[in-house]
Design a protein. Structure first.
Lengths: 137, 141
């Protein structure tokens, strides 16, 4: 399959998975992240199902050559640096504040909601300094 | 108030994992949305067409959802619009500074049993839970 077609199909499937599990809905996300309110563990089930599926696919079903090629490519990036932890912490701050992360946010753009458009615009703006400085190194 | 919906969660989660594995198999890449989206921030990444098609797929899936499963888009934001600005800036900066998000680290990385991804995921889950809970208790920022 040509990689442009597979990219499109994977994106479609990904969005369907997000929507069916309601991960596209910030109140659902915050229902899990907010442990001080009525707690909804749905996100945990989604993460468990997604990671288990990936795990089985990766460790038992993946073409060995594709896997070897991929692991060689990402090897350098597998080191835990300070920015890994700081970045993750900052990401969590934003995620916990609004209940949106990149995947659901982009998928939610179809709804035309102003809050989503504002979020995605700000997200791109937030990415810019990182991209800029990383490209200068 | 949101209710626990484990069955649709499991089905949706399975589809997410399947899509991510498919992206590795056919495109040889991590299915990390923050990374894919970063391609559209200048300086533009060379693989822009491939990324654009993935995002196009997200939109196509979204269109299907809006027709057949409108619950997916039934929500309001509980806070004023400037929270979306602050949240967006933090998510944008944090995901790329940290090299991943819930899909890249959380699904793909954890699925690979990458220590880095597991640690990163635990960190953003921790700060995510702390932030959501504290802001809820304070009634806002």
């Amino acid at each position: 399959m040509h990689r442009y077609l597979s990219a499109f199909l994977c994106g479609t499937l990904f969005a369907l998975g997000l929507g069916i599990s309601q991960m596209t809905r910030p109140p659902k996300i915050l229902g899990f992240l907010n442990v001080a309110g009525d707690w909804d563990p749905t996100l945990l089930v989604v993460m468990a199902a997604a990671t288990m599926t990936y795990f089985i696919g990766y460790h038992f079903l993946m073409d060995q050559q594709i896997k070897a090629c991929y692991e060689a490519k990402i090897a350098k990036g597998e080191v835990i640096k300070a920015r890994t932890l700081i970045g993750a912490a900052i990401f969590g701050l934003g995620w916990g504040l609004i209940g949106l992360c990149p995947g659901p946010a982009v998928t939610d753009l179809i709804s035309g909601k102003l809050g989503v458009i504002v979020f995605v615009t700000a997200m791109l703006a937030g990415m810019y300094p990182v991209k800029y400085f990383d490209s200068r190194v | 108030m949101e209710h626990f919906t484990p069955i649709s969660a499991a089905i949706g989660g399975f589809l997410i994992g399947l899509a991510a594995i498919g992206y590795l198999y056919f495109n040889g890449k991590t299915c990390g949305i923050s990374g894919i989206v970063e391609g559209f921030v200048p300086p533009f990444s060379p693989e822009l067409p491939e990324r654009a098609l993935f995002v196009g797929g997200l939109f196509a899936g979204g269109a299907l959802l809006s027709i057949f499963y409108p619950l997916a888009y039934t929500f309001d934001f509980g806070y004023p619009l400037y929270y979306n600005v602050i949240g967006g800036l933090l998510v944008g900066f944090g995901t790329r500074f940290g090299g991943g998000c819930t899909s890249g680290h959380g699904v793909c990385g954890v699925g690979r049993l990458s220590i880095k991804a597991i640690v990163a995921t635990l960190v953003f889950l921790l700060t995510g839970i702390a932030t959501a809970s504290i802001v809820h208790l304070l009634g806002g920022l």
